[in-house]
Design a protein around this ligand. Structure first.
Ligand code: GUN
Length: 303
């Protein structure tokens, strides 16, 4: 029987630490971290995600602002909004909920967010930083997965790590983060041949496919760490992951449930990134204020 990895509990610990550090930030600089969440259209799943992000902000004592725009919002209107948010000093993090309606160019929109406020770490600048292993903002879902793996005490260095899925949001940054921890990483995708042969050798298996019951017991190595990033619905409409939990759980060493595994961690890491953005912003604003004070004093002396 596998050890269950409790994402809800670990996420609560991360959020408690974030809340404590946010208090210290308020004491030192009088600053409250601020997150703007932009949602365009009426996608029901996106609405739930946005609601959960807002709730998490309340839990950790952040200011949050939800900006809900109609489906027909133009690219120019959205870009103008991002420009305004980029300039606002009370907003440290900007998140545009994806997917966007088809008429909006996701790459252009994400690219318009200031890298300093890109708390999703989706912009090309921040993606590049993840690639070279020098980053302040961790991509939230992969960062959450890393925390879950670390909670097991299983060493990543030298292990066979297999990621199923190659999305820009999860699969690719996940592979990079495992590689930075010296895992031997294989990324599988829809064109991969002999998938079962590869996954069944994984000491650490991360599934980010988006298909219910995709990972079966024969694809899993005895004692493996199995992380399920999937958020799907079964035939009865119940939330489920990619992993056929009932048959994989007895074989795995550690496994995440869905719900209560990766999902809460993604939001906790978003809070962590927003705090990081606020810390950088507060120290920059504080430094700028000191410099201004000095130069004003200099001007006054000259008078
Ligand atoms: N849509 C699904 N997951 C995410 C996420 O982590 N960030 C954003 N911005 N949109 C998403």
């Amino acid at each position: 029987m596998a050890n269950l990895i409790n994402g809800k509990e670990i996420a609560a610990q991360v959020k408690a630490e974030v809340a404590k550090d946010a208090e210290k930030l308020a004491e030192k600089f009088g600053a409250t971290p601020g997150l703007a969440v932009v949602i365009v259209g009426d996608d029901p799943a996106s609405k739930i995600y946005v609601r959960n992000k807002k709730k998490a902000c309340e839990e950790v004592g952040f200011y949050s602002e939800e900006i809900a725009l109609p489906e027909k919002t133009s690219q120019k209107e959205l870009l103008n909004l991002i420009d305004t948010l980029n300039k606002r000093v009370d907003i440290d993090g900007i998140l545009v909920q994806l997917p966007l309606p088809k008429h909006l160019n996701e790459k252009t929109i994400i690219g318009a967010i200031s890298p300093k406020k890109d708390v999703d770490a989706f912009s090309p600048f921040n993606v590049g930083r993840v690639m070279i292993g020098e980053y302040r903002f961790s991509p939230c879902t992969p960062a959450g997965v890393m925390e879950l793996i670390k909670s097991t005490g299983v060493e990543i260095a030298g292990k066979n790590c297999v990621v199923i899925g190659r999305s820009n949001i999860v699969g690719k940054p996940m592979a990079m983060m495992l590689l930075h921890e010296s895992g031997t990483v294989t990324v599988c995708h829809s064109k991969t041949q002999n998938l079962q042969e590869i996954t069944s050798k994984a000491d650490i298996l991360v599934s980010a496919v988006g298909k219910a019951n995709f990972v079966t017991a024969d694809m899993v190595k005895e004692g493996a760490v199995v992380i399920d990033v999937g958020m799907n619905h079964d035939e009865e409409g119940n939330l489920c992951g990619d992993v056929k939990f009932d048959e994989v759980e007895p074989k795995a060493g550690y496994i995440t449930p869905v719900p209560g595994g990766v999902g809460p961690m993604t939001i906790a890491m978003l809070m962590k990134n927003t705090l990081t953005a606020a810390m950088i912003n507060a120290s920059v604003v504080n430094r700028a204020a000191k410099v201004n004070k000095k130069s004003n004093a200099g001007t006054e002396n000259k008078k």
